[in-house]
Design a protein around this ligand. Structure first.
Ligand SMILES: Cc1ncc(COP(=O)(O)O)c(C=O)c1O
Length: 433
């Protein structure tokens, strides 16, 4: 557990620590369930990504906000100098609120509403277009508003990232991006509108990718398209955005790649393609989300019910897929640690169940864990990305609090919701009262 997660530790009391803070104490102080993030780990992972590509020169790492939109997390990355990759008007609102400069925000999304396009134009962020139809709608908007917009196009590079099918976004049949057959037409049309600054090209092939080859293949395609744009449209782009997707190690056995390995594989290919197509050096953008925040977060839950059936032993805790959806949605694996007895050897095989009325609400199946008792605190590791952001109030369970740890000191960054929040914004027609 600790070898590749240096931000975790076990203190003298045998308690699991994150960023130097005792997680059992945090569970007592703030109550469970609870999300906890380590600020220094987030900074370290961001820097690792940025530094891996520093040799290229002009690189901007745009944190993919969708992975974790807590304002404190966004603020950390804004302080680090990151840009932001956003996918909705809500993320635009949060990114601006966290202080990201509009020029460092790129708005991707495969199906933006007119209102989202209008807001993006008003805010002055880069708009990454996903279809010819979206382009036509944007042209109508900039003409009507007599405004300008900087745009890029998301290309569908038609490669398999060899990840979970729900996490593959650059397949030929995927809903994302513009296929090569159409992409020149899209750029030509965009160039015909003087209100658009046609600045970039983008791809994002998927998430939780653990091999460099799909990136290499897709990057070749992307730069070949840039070559065609130069030759056929005389267009030289300001930036090339290679997306996010670098996977993290949810378990010791799982294969993985590092940003340094990715840079080592990609940068020579990029140099080769720049020379082959006589292209000026574009700024390189990346959009990692999971890599930056994934292993910095844990979800804490307290054990209430121990239930031995003739077939399985279930450990019932006070969190379910309402708070951590990934196991139910993708069959994802999150390592579980009994935080108050973190060093203890496994003693039995159990399945950790959530508290929702759904048979799919199992957070960890058939795991070897120390003998668990009522009151134990379970830590679900690597829950910093696509954790809280996917939380819901299903079964009328208010969403939990979030805490940020910095060098051993913990601060609340989100209050837990209460029952009023379940009723907030709801209306009952007079006749039903
Ligand atoms: C366009 C885009 N960029 C970046 C990301 C971030 O991906 P990851 O968190 O796997 O790095 C996503 C997530 O799927 C995405 O859709």
């Amino acid at each position: 557990m600790l070898d590749f997660r240096p931000h975790l530790g076990i203190n003298q009391r045998g308690h699991l620590t994150l960023g130097g803070a005792d997680l059992v104490e945090l569970a007592e102080k703030y109550g469970t369930p609870l999300y906890v993030y380590d600020e220094q780990r987030i900074r370290q992972r961001y820097r690792e990504f940025r530094d891996a590509f520093a040799g290229y020169g002009d690189v901007l790492v745009c944190y993919a906000c969708k992975a974790n939109t807590s304002l404190a997390v966004l603020s950390i990355l804004r302080h680090e100098g990151a840009g932001a990759d956003i996918v909705s008007e809500g993320e635009l609102y949060l990114a601006l609120k966290a202080g990201f400069q509009a020029e460092k925000i790129i708005f991707t999304g495969n199906n933006k509403s007119d209102r989202e396009l209008e807001r993006a134009v008003e805010a002055g962020v880069v708009i990454n277009l996903d279809s010819l139809h979206e382009l036509e709608r944007l042209i109508e908007i900039v003409e009507a508003q007599k405004a300008e917009a900087k745009v890029s196009f998301r290309v569908n590079p038609e490669v398999s990232p060899e990840t979970h099918p729900h996490l593959a976004t650059g397949l030929r049949e995927s809903k994302f991006g513009i296929h090569e057959e159409l992409v020149l037409k899209a750029y030509e049309r965009a160039l015909s509108c003087s209100r658009l600054d046609v600045a970039g090209i983008h791809m994002h092939i998927g998430s939780q990718i653990t091999k460099v080859e799909p990136y290499v293949e897709a990057t070749r395609r992307l730069f070949d398209i840039m070559g065609r744009l130069r030759r056929e449209l005389n267009l030289e782009l300001e930036f090339a955005d290679l997306g996010g997707g670098v996977g993290i190690r949810y378990s010791a056995e799982q294969p993985y790649i590092t940003p340094a390995q990715l840079a080592e594989a990609l940068l020579p290919v990029i140099e080769e393609k720049l020379a082959e197509h006589s292209l000026p050096r574009p700024r390189l953008l990346f959009e990692p989300g999971r890599y930056i925040v994934g292993d910095a977060g844990v979800l804490l839950a307290r054990v209430y019910t121990i239930k031995a059936t003739p077939y399985k032993k279930f450990i019932g805790c006070d969190a379910g897929f309402n708070l951590l959806l990934r196991p139910a949605m993708y069959g994802a694996y999150h390592e579980v640690v009994v935080a108050n007895r973190a060093g203890e050897a496994p003693a039995e095989e159990v399945t950790v169940a959530g508290n929702l009325c759904e048979s799919g609400d199992l957070l960890a199946k058939d795991r070897s864990l120390p003998r668990i008792e009522k009151g134990d605190v379970l830590a679900f590791l690597d829950a910093g990305a696509y954790g809280f952001v996917m939380a819901s109030q299903y079964n009328s369970r208010p969403r939990c609090a979030e805490v940020l740890v910095n060098r051993g000191r913990a601060e609340l960054i989100r209050y837990a919701e209460d029952f009023e929040d379940l009723a907030a914004k709801q209306l009952v027609p007079e006749r039903l009262k």
